[in-house]
Design a protein around this ligand. Sequence first.
Ligand SMILES: [Cu+2]
Length: 75
Amino acid sequence: MASFVFNEDGEFSVYCEPHPVMKMKVNVEEDASNSGEVKLDIAHYAFSEESMTISPGTVITWANQDSAQHNVAFE
Ligand SMILES: [Cu+2]
């Protein structure tokens, strides 16, 4: 499991260091409908969402469902 609090507005590119083909984009903008805590999965060598728009202050938690090790890194 990995969590990150997105406090700053902007577009963030997230990837998995051991498997750089695994990517997702996180857009942080005021008044986005997703806020609070967002839970995503990492399964079958992919993030469960390719992109996600969230409000500032949202916490995204990624839960790894694979037996392989993944991580969450920022470009
Ligand atoms: Cu990975």
